[in-house]
Ligand binder design. Structure first.
Ligand code: MV4
Length: 446
């Protein structure tokens, strides 16, 4: 087992990983930018190294600075968290070259699943249903031919995109050429790869993802699904497990498909297979090769600590349970708390936390890096915490979440607690039939 781990991240996920390490008796190294000098993860770590200035390109994405910090502190492993370098195959490979364990899948798997076109092809060959679509279309002629076969509306998706980045909706044929050219140019600018492919737009649908845990001996288990359909501008707002919308037989088939996906790419570590559920069928969308923001939802219904299992697997320790022993129970909900101003187009809000009161009680968890007096900097993602609750039924969990949201106090910045309450109170959310058009419809009501 590792004696020292460097956490190459910030905010709530850095605190989350630090806690897991401390519980395992592993020393911790935090890295921070000049803007994060007063951040919670810096004070909680055993050691902390300033790796650059505020912009992520100068600090949290600075691979050389991070690897240097790992080297001078004698860290044996690096946990990348989510976002940032967590799905950067080059970084995973650099860690390997430096003899430092990257806590995640092999670089090759990150690279394969990061190529959304190759991933789709691999899944098709493995017998996993994929969304009707095309391979990369790099000429206008090929693009139009594929578009005519798929039909409209369709999505143009960037090969190197993912999680909502590099997606463009095309409703009509007359808009297609411009959309294809623009999407490709934006992909080239954003990802250094202009490759785009087409997918039939399945709408409205549900977004359901399956959590996987695979060790280095080839043992792979699924830990149940999470429903992540409540999204605004491709940013997840609320997640829950189990999904209120799928039957036991669909769940079993989705689990089998997720295991096929893991086997096909030789997955190791914690991973997530994202599906779209439409017209009572499910389709592979993409595979995330990192720990997800919403992992606590799975932790609360399975009782497993996913971060600790990531660390154990990276250290070569095999799973000590089988699929039959994974018996999710109860219902969990997560509401993402963002520092943004709903009265002004959800613009990011920063400032000093004057008063912070965190709700509690049975199965109420608030994952955050906030503390009273902390100043939220303007440089990073606007998510400042995740409120996660669990109870015996979905109705009870919704009631518990509502109570916790009403108790939560974050004075000093704008936030989206009001919007979360509106979501929870909506009849379509409450009856579980909400789909990908949910937020558009809800915002129209406002
Ligand atoms: C889709 C889709 C429908 N059809 N792809 C991909 C990234 C993720 N953030 C959303 N994604 C989707 N990809 C095809 N071919 C629907 C979604 C989707 C969604 C779309 C619009 C509004 C809300 C959404 C919530 C979840 C998934």
């Amino acid at each position: 087992m590792f004696s020292k781990i460097l956490i190459a991240n910030r905010g709530e996920i850095a605190v989350r990983i630090l806690r897991a390490c401390r519980e395992m008796g592993i020393s911790t190294v935090a890295v921070y930018s000049e803007a994060d000098r007063d951040a919670l993860h810096v004070s909680l770590a055993d050691e902390a190294i300033c790796i650059g200035s505020a912009p992520v390109s100068e600090s949290y994405l600075n691979m050389t600075a991070i690897l240097t910090a790992a080297s001078i502190t004698g860290s044996e492993a690096i946990h990348p968290g989510y976002g940032l370098l967590s799905e950067n195959a080059e970084f995973a490979d650099l860690c390997r070259t430096c003899g430092i364990t990257f806590i995640g899948p092999p670089a090759e798997v990150i690279s394969e699943m990061g190529d959304k076109d190759a991933a789709r092809r691999m899944m098709q060959e493995a017998g996993v249903p994929v969304i009707p679509g095309s391979e990369v279309v790099d000429t206008l002629k090929a693009a139009f031919a594929a578009a005519h076969e798929i039909g409209f509306p369709l999505l143009v998706k960037a090969r190197s995109g993912g999680g909502g980045r590099g997606i463009r909706l095309v409703e009509r044929e007359e808009d297609f050429e411009n959309a294809w050219r623009t999407a490709s140019a934006e992909a080239q600018a954003s990802f250094g790869d202009g490759g785009v492919y087409l997918e039939k737009y399945l709408y409205p649908a549900k977004h359901i993802e399956m959590q996987l845990l695979c060790d280095k001996d080839g043992n792979c288990v699924t830990l149940g699904e999470r429903e992540c359909t409540v999204q605004r501008h491709h940013q997840k707002l609320l997640e829950e497990s189990p999904s209120p919308a799928i039957s036991e037989s669909i769940r079993k088939k989705m689990q089998e498909a997720a295991l096929k996906a893991a086997k096909a790419c030789g997955y190791v570590g914690a991973g997530t297979v994202e599906f779209l559920y439409y017209d009572e069928k499910f389709y592979f969308m993409e595979m995330n090769t990192r720990l997800q923001v919403e992992h606590p939802v799975t932790e609360l219904v399975t009782g497993l600590d996913l971060v600790k299992w990531q660390i154990r697997i990276a250290a070569g320790i095999p799973l000590n349970f089988t699929q039959k022993e994974v018996i999710p129970s109860g219902h969990a909900l997560e509401c993402r708390i963002n520092a943004e101003d709903p009265e002004h187009g959800f613009l990011p809000s920063c400032g000093t936390i004057r008063l912070l009161h965190i709700p509690g009680g049975p199965c109420v968890r608030f994952d955050t890096a906030l503390y009273q007096g902390y100043t939220v900097p303007p440089f990073y993602d606007s998510m400042i915490g995740k409120l996660i609750v669990a109870s015996s039924s979905r109705e009870e969990a919704i009631r518990k979440m509502r109570t916790a949201l009403c108790e939560l106090i974050i004075d000093g910045i704008h936030h989206n607690v009001g919007l979360q309450l509106q979501i929870l109170d909506d009849p379509t959310f409450r009856n579980g039939t909400y789909r990908t058009d949910f937020m558009d419809l809800l915002m129209k009501e406002k």
